[in-house]
Ligand binder design. Structure first.
Ligand code: ADP
Ligand code: MG
Length: 734
């Protein structure tokens, strides 16, 4: 891209769309997808391609075969269906062959898009299998692509784009073609270094744009798609590699294991032995802490897997080595709980400076915004003087200018909203960087971890120490009345045996459209499902009136209740006064009643995999085996039931998280499909492209060395422009 050869009319990646396609079209595109530049539009990748065959005259269409015709709509009408919901769109077309002038009928069941697009006079290319409708040829739900009046009909695969708003396929395709026609290859520097492109056999950028939008064969489009996915992976992995490089250059105070300190005293009196997993992860962390560079580690393990204990061991090692530790929780309530747990675990080892303290001891301070001023001052002082070995608080702890005498380790608990920038915040400031341990109970599949936490060492803590009771899970089809009755019998049996039960419903009332803001935002589970969503009100009537549950004490819990009512409902259930708790997903978090042995999740298909897993985690917490019923009114063949079978098949959160990714339509977990079809990961799909991500990681590790930004300016620029985007969306979703 030399200055001399600069051609002002040629399109570069940053050229405004309005300059190319006109203000009106640019506005429509912006409204639908949020794109303003040429490169954004060219990055609008087709969802799929329809392969077409030879174009045939309608009069010669062979029955039962896959055909392609080019024809003009002569008639279009809609009919309501009698037997099922929806409508039937009937379209008649005529082709241009003057010899045949054949008429062809087409039908579309619930063809909303087709009803808008296939109006009389519209010309299109149709593909489908010919069936015989009362002696005349008919296409049922043909694939089609709109053509202009004088478009050459070419038998190439046609792209099918994601649409949004009022846009039609034709409009998107036209706009993309206009832009493609003006692309000047020289104005599009390729972010992929040439040697990497050759080694991985990937097409060059402007060629790839052409191939993905206007392929001659589908194979060509796939090769281009692979290139974009790889590019995306390489950009992300280069970002991570650069961060790892910078981390290695940072200094931290080494905190090696010491003899005869708190850690030793604590482990000696632990009432149980550490699990193999805890020992292994504990050793990794202990080793990291002894290095002169900051630890940057993510510890994943399900709730109850013993992460807090592992973190405590790390904190004690740091304290023994003269440092302090900060433990950050997502809310003040959780912070207070943590402080309490740590004090209980440490006993007299945490009475530093007080009467009855053990010889080697420290102090744990809770420091949150809602503390009374006097206590807060005391805690601040203890942090600043170094008397407090562990300070527990929320994230505000680090931003509120709390002074530490010698902060050596930051532990972040249960925080999935923790992207690259959040991690950076913790490391701002002068002096040595504290070691960092982030803990999460949300299972993050390997390729996702590589993509989002690629700069971080990841440790897995599998299993749970206190062998938890077995929980059996069944899918209960409401279509079979016997199953429905068995559900009530089971509830009764467990209650009679002195246990308790949960019944979970997807929403509160008929009128309340969406009681669960979280789910409304992520849309998890609701998309493809046409099942019912029984409201709590209706379920309450069913439960109260069912003879099997006569005399059972039923409690109600949902998000709309006043805080005190909610607290009372939880307390009654915890105390056992309430035998059956009818609730919305609010029970997903925080409720811990080991005596509860059965959970019936009504209209289970309206929940996502991970949500079902979290809900089920409420039972089997004690010594008693549990039963989880995933109740659905859908037929067994319905695709959403597959999700339920998956949940029923395993209790391993990691396995479920991976399944979840596979089953989601776009598989885009970092996905921000909410923002008008734009997602952070455009071409890359973390499950499908696992192998590409691994290759890119390898290449990035080799490329990113001191000075790499000068050697590969295109790649460096792509990295910089990606940071903000991917961060924002990841955090939004988390
Ligand atoms: P997490 O933070 O991963 O949810 P915790 O560290 O809170 O898990 O541990 C859950 C429970 O298991 C706690 O009561 C803890 O004391 C206990 N625990 C932790 N490690 C062990 C172990 N090795 N053996 C038995 N119980 C353990
Ligand atoms: Mg914990």
């Amino acid at each position: 891209m030399s200055e001399a050869g600069y051609n002002p009319s040629a399109l570069g990646p940053q050229t405004e769309l309005s300059r190319v396609v006109g203000a009106q079209s640019a506005k429509v595109i912006h409204g639908a997808f949020g794109y303003t530049t040429v490169s954004e539009l060219l990055g609008h990748v087709p969802r799929r391609y329809v392969e077409v065959g030879e174009i045939q005259p309608i009069s010669e269409l062979p029955y039962g075969e896959d055909v392609t015709v080019v024809a003009t709509v002569t008639h279009s009408s809609q009919r309501k269906m009698h037997s099922r919901r929806g409508f039937l769109l009937e379209v008649e077309v005529q082709d241009e062959d003057p010899a045949s002038r054949g008429l062809l009928k087409m039908t579309f069941f619930n063809g909303y898009q087709a009803a808008k697009e296939l109006l009389p006079g519209v010309r299109a290319m149709f593909s489908g299998v010919v069936d015989d409708y009362r002696g005349a040829p008919q296409l049922t739900h043909p694939e089609y692509t709109l053509l202009g009046q004088d478009d050459e009909a070419e038998a190439r695969p046609f792209p099918v784009y994601p649409l949004s708003g009022k846009l039609t396929q034709l409009r998107v395709r036209r706009t993309v073609e206009t832009v493609l026609d003006g692309v000047d290859a020289d104005a599009f520097p390729d972010p992929l270094p040439a040697e990497v492109r050759q080694r991985r056999r990937l097409p060059e950028l402007s060629q790839a744009y052409e191939s993905i939008h206007r392929p001659h064969e589908v194979r060509e489009a796939y090769a281009a798609r692979r290139r974009f996915a790889y590019e995306e992976a390489l950009v992300l992995q280069s970002l991570m590699a650069e961060r790892r490089m910078l981390d290695r250059a940072r200094e931290a105070t080494p905190r090696p294991l010491a003899n005869g300190g708190l850690l030793e005293a604590f482990t000696r009196r632990l009432p149980f032995t550490l699990t193999e997993g805890q020992l292994e992860v504990g050793e990794q962390i202990s080793h990291d802490l002894a290095q002169p560079h900051p630890m940057n580690r993510l510890l994943q393990g399900e709730v109850g897997s013993g992460k807090t204990l592992v973190a405590l061991l790390a904190m004690l090692q740091v304290i023994d080595a003269g440092g302090q530790a900060a433990l950050l929780a997502p809310t003040e309530v959780l912070a207070a709980q943590h402080a309490q747990t740590l004090r209980t675990l440490l006993g007299d080892l945490a009475l530093g400076g007080m009467l009855g303290a053990a010889e080697a001891s420290t102090r744990i301070e809770l420091l949150t915004g809602s503390l009374p001023a006097k206590e807060k001052r005391g805690a601040l002082l203890a942090a600043a003087s170094g008397e407090a070995g562990i300070v527990v608080g929320t994230h505000a702890l680090l931003s509120d200018h709390v002074q530490f005498a010698e902060l050596g380790l930051v532990v972040v608990d249960e925080q999935h909203r923790f992207g690259v920038q959040q991690r950076d915040k913790l490391r701002e400031g002068a002096g040595p960087t504290p070691h960092l341990l982030v803990m999460t109970a949300t299972p993050i599949p390997r390729t996702v971890a590589m993509t989002v936490f690629g700069d971080v060492e990841v440790s897995l803590l599998r299993g749970v120490p206190a062998a938890r009771a077995e929980v059996r899970t069944f899918v209960v089809p409401l279509q079979l009345p016997a199953w429905r009755e068995r559900m009530f019998t089971l509830l009764r049996e467990q209650i009679d045996a002195g246990h308790q039960a949960y019944v979970v419903v997807p929403r509160i009332s008929e009128s309340a459209e969406e009681e669960d803001p979280e789910r409304a935002r992520t849309g998890e589970g609701v998309d493809e499902v046409q099942g019912q969503r029984t409201p709590l009100e209706a379920m309450e009537r069913v439960l109260r009136e069912h003879p099997a549950l006569a005399g059972v004490n039923i409690g109600i819990l949902h998000g709309r209740l006043p805080a005190e009512t909610k607290a009372a409902a939880m307390a009654d259930f915890a105390a056992g006064t309430t035998q059956l708790l009818l609730a919305t997903t609010v029970v997903e978090v925080g409720v811990d009643v080991p005596n509860a042995t059965v959970m019936a999740i009504i209209d289970a298909e309206s929940f996502g995999i991970s949500q079902l897993h979290q809900l089920r985690g409420r039972i089997g917490r004690g010594a008693f085996p549990g039963t989880c019923l995933l109740v659905t009114s859908l037929e067994h063949e319905h695709p959403a039931v597959e999700r339920l079978e998956t949940v029923a098949s395993t209790r391993d959160g990691f396995v479920l998280a991976e399944k979840d990714l596979e089953l989601r339509r776009e598989g885009d977990i970092l996905g921000a499909s909410q923002s008008g079809g734009r997602s952070t990961l455009r071409t890359l799909r973390v499950m499908r492209d696992a192998e590409l991500i691994a290759l890119a990681r390898e290449d990035a590790a080799a490329l990113v060395r001191p000075g790499w930004r000068t050697d590969h300016p295109g790649l460096a620029a792509a990295v910089d422009s990606r940071v903000d985007d991917s961060e924002a969306a990841y955090l939004e979703r988390a």
